[in-house]
Design a protein. Structure first.
Length: 222
């Protein structure tokens, strides 16, 4: 008679942060994990609500060619449950960016910094406005693993962009269509005490300011 062998529980992927930007005052985390966002700004940078579907999105400062430009980002507390470590990870946002608003690089969502530690990030690259996803291992700061979309999102229309790491596979999707794939080390680990930052790195001049509108920003781990 065979004795049943217990099957270990497999952790269920969890949305650890989600923002639909429909709140009236505070920018709450709709996942229920409590990562309420605060606004960090410099040089007059502001965000403003814009209509998206039946709710709101947030518009960030437009592209600026001056020496000193408005900067603004949204940041959560730096908490460990936003660190995936070596676990599977996916994150993304709905993005609206006009063709004339592209720049060298614009951050959509990130946690951590590539030069000094580990990181995961979604950004929109270059004049062509192609989104890309980044991973940096905590054991190898400065070594950037990147997958870039083959299509632009800078066409004045809303697009859902998603970064997805599963083991050694690292993908980028635009509107649920796979637009890029690369491999990363299976043991690559992202863990840091930095906040989750949306729309830019912060309020400094080199914050890689996003110059369009964002909605439905989310992070899922596992």
């Amino acid at each position: 008679m065979m004795v049943p062998v217990p099957i270990a529980d497999t952790p269920v992927p969890a949305v650890v942060a989600r923002y639909d930007f429909n709140g009236q005052t505070m920018i709450l985390d709709d996942s229920g994990f409590g990562h309420t966002l605060r606004v960090v700004a410099g040089h007059g940078g502001v965000i403003r609500p814009v209509v998206h579907g039946t709710g709101n999105a947030l518009a960030f400062p437009a592209r600026c060619e001056l020496t000193v430009c408005p900067h603004v980002a949204l940041q959560s507390p730096g908490t460990t449950d936003l660190n995936p470590g070596t676990r599977d990870l996916s994150y993304g946002a709905d993005v609206l960016l006009a063709p004339g608003q592209t720049s060298k690089g614009q951050n959509v969502v990130q946690k951590g910094y590539s030069k000094t530690g580990s990181q995961y990030k979604l950004q929109v690259d270059g004049v062509a406005g192609q989104p890309s996803c980044v991973l940096v291992d905590e054991r190898r700061p400065g070594v950037i693993r990147l997958v870039r979309s083959s299509v632009t999102v800078a066409d004045g229309r809303w697009h859902a962009v998603r970064c997805e790491r599963a083991g050694s596979r690292f993908d980028i999707y635009v509107d649920n269509v796979l637009r890029g794939r690369t491999e990363v080390p299976a043991r690559l680990s992202v863990a840091n005490d930095s906040p989750l930052s949306i729309g830019g790195k912060g309020a400094a001049r080199d914050n890689d300011q996003f110059n369009g509108a964002l909605d439905n920003v989310w992070v899922r781990i596992g």
